[in-house]
Ligand binder design. Structure first.
Ligand code: SF4
Ligand code: SF4
Length: 184
């Protein structure tokens, strides 16, 4: 089978809910993700948002947020010992599954699309060990929809981050940023 046909095998990927991808990883989020979790859980943004400066992102990435003299990225809070997303339960299930970030919905798929959003290649992330099974039933339509949702949401957030970073007056605190993007 050629590699061009072979990528479709990932449509049968199925998650075994081992929880590895919710541990030891920083989950970056957008204002859209935060708003959905706030509405779904009743929690204020400050209860689950954390700003990280130790993220592996290109120097010029448009998701860097200027806070004071620091440059940070917005992510989900995590707990240490062991390091895990604050929403991951002891049973390795997501406590906000219905409202989870879009990036958690698209993970672990890595998708390449053409200009018309047609999927040209599919794979899975190698960031964490993923002991998956092969009895899944994903469709290209479903994966494409999630990918578009992710891209649209990130683009909308980038516009807000850019406006914040250009702002010349006012405080540059985390609270002010959350207010600026309508989350406080
Ligand atoms: S929000 Fe849920 S799926 Fe996403 S990292 Fe946290 S526990 Fe995992
Ligand atoms: S690492 Fe793979 S199998 Fe484990 S929870 Fe994440 S996606 Fe599922």
């Amino acid at each position: 089978m050629s590699s061009k046909q072979d990528w479709r095998k990932w449509l049968n990927f199925s998650c075994t809910a081992c929880g590895n991808c919710c541990k030891n990883t920083i989950v970056l989020i957008t204002d859209g993700d935060v708003r959905r979790i706030m509405e779904g859980t009743g929690l204020p943004a400050k209860a689950f948002v954390r700003f990280f400066s130790n993220v592996e992102m290109p120097q010029r990435d448009s998701l860097w947020i200027r806070l004071g003299k620091r440059r940070v990225a917005m992510g989900l809070k995590w707990e240490s010992k062991p390091t895990r997303c604050m929403f991951l339960g002891a049973d390795n299930m997501c406590g906000v599954y219905e409202h989870r970030p879009v990036t958690c919905r698209s993970h672990p798929f890595e998708i390449k699309t053409n200009d018309n959003w047609g999927i040209t290649r599919l794979g899975i992330s190698a960031v964490v060990d993923c002991p998956h099974e092969w009895d899944g039933e994903h469709t290209l339509r479903e994966l494409k929809a999630t990918e578009r949702w992710n891209c649209d949401q990130v683009e909308a957030f980038e516009v807000k981050v850019k406006a914040w970073n250009r702002k010349r007056s006012g405080k540059r605190t985390a609270d002010e940023f959350l207010r600026f993007v309508g989350l406080a």
